[in-house]
Design a protein around this ligand. Structure first.
Ligand SMILES: Cc1cc2nc3c(=O)[nH]c(=O)nc-3n(C[C@H](O)[C@H](O)[C@H](O)COP(=O)(O)O)c2cc1C
Length: 162
C-alpha cells in the first residue's frame, strides 16, 4: 500500500484525468468522491442551478472506503464551481480530518479559479499545504475537456509532495 492518496471529485471528467495522471506518477492509491444524489447529466442545467443558488449550499456525499490514517500525503483534485471549490470536495473536507498531513491541491477550471485556493486553506487549517496548481481547461464549450496547463507545470506541482 502507498503512503499517498489521490482524492478527487469530477463532474465532466477533467479532474479525473488529472487524478489518474497523479496516481500513476506518484504510485498512489486513489479515492473518488460521490455525491449521494448525483448531479443532473444536463450540463447547462447544473450550471444554471448552481449559478442561481447559494454556492455554500451543502451536498451530502457517500461514505468513503479508505482509512485516511494510513496516508501521510494527500493530493486533492476537483473543479472550480462559481469561483470556489466544488461542493462535493467542500463537504468531504468538512467531514473528514486531514490534519498534519502533507497536501497538494488543485482546482480544474476554465480560467476563473476565483477563491478556490483560499477555500482549500480555510478547510485545511491544520494541514501542511505544500503546493497549489491552477489547472486550466479550455473555456470553449466544444473543447472544454482540452487541457491548457502544460504537463511540466503538473509534474512540478506533483514533485512538491516529496
Ligand atoms: C456549475 C459549474 C460552475 C462552474 N464555475 C466555474 C468558475 O467559476 N470558474 C471557472 O473557471 N470554471 C467554472 N466551471 C468550469 C469547470 O470548472 C471546468 O470545466 C472544470 O475543468 C470541470 O472539471 P470536472 O470535469 O472535473 O468536473 C464551472 C462548471 C460548472 C459545471
Amino acid at each position: 500500500m502507498s503512503d499517498t492518496l489521490v482524492i478527487y471529485y469530477s463532474y465532466t471528467g477533467n479532474s479525473r484525468k488529472i487524478a489518474k495522471y497523479a496516481q500513476e506518477k506518484l504510485n498512489a492509491d486513489i479515492l473518488e468522491l460521490h455525491p449521494k444524489i448525483p448531479f443532473s447529466d444536463d450540463y447547462d442545467k447544473v450550471v444554471e442551478e448552481w449559478q442561481n443558488n447559494n454556492i455554500k449550499r451543502d451536498v451530502e456525499i457517500e461514505p468513503i472506503d479508505k482509512d485516511l490514517t494510513n496516508y501521510k500525503k494527500i493530493v486533492l483534485i476537483t473543479s472550480t464551481w462559481w469561483y470556489g471549490i466544488n461542493p462535493v470536495m467542500t463537504r468531504f473536507l468538512k467531514e473528514y480530518d486531514l490534519s498534519q498531513k502533507d497536501i497538494i491541491v488543485t482546482a480544474t477550471n476554465a480560467g476563473w479559479i476565483g477563491h478556490s485556493f483560499q477555500d482549500y486553506k480555510k478547510l485545511l487549517p491544520n494541514s501542511n499545504i505544500k503546493g497549489e496548481l491552477d489547472t486550466v481547461f479550455s473555456f470553449n464549450s466544444l473543447e472544454k475537456n482540452n487541457i491548457l496547463t502544460p504537463l511540466q507545470e503538473i509534474d512540478n506541482w506533483l514533485k512538491k509532495l516529496n
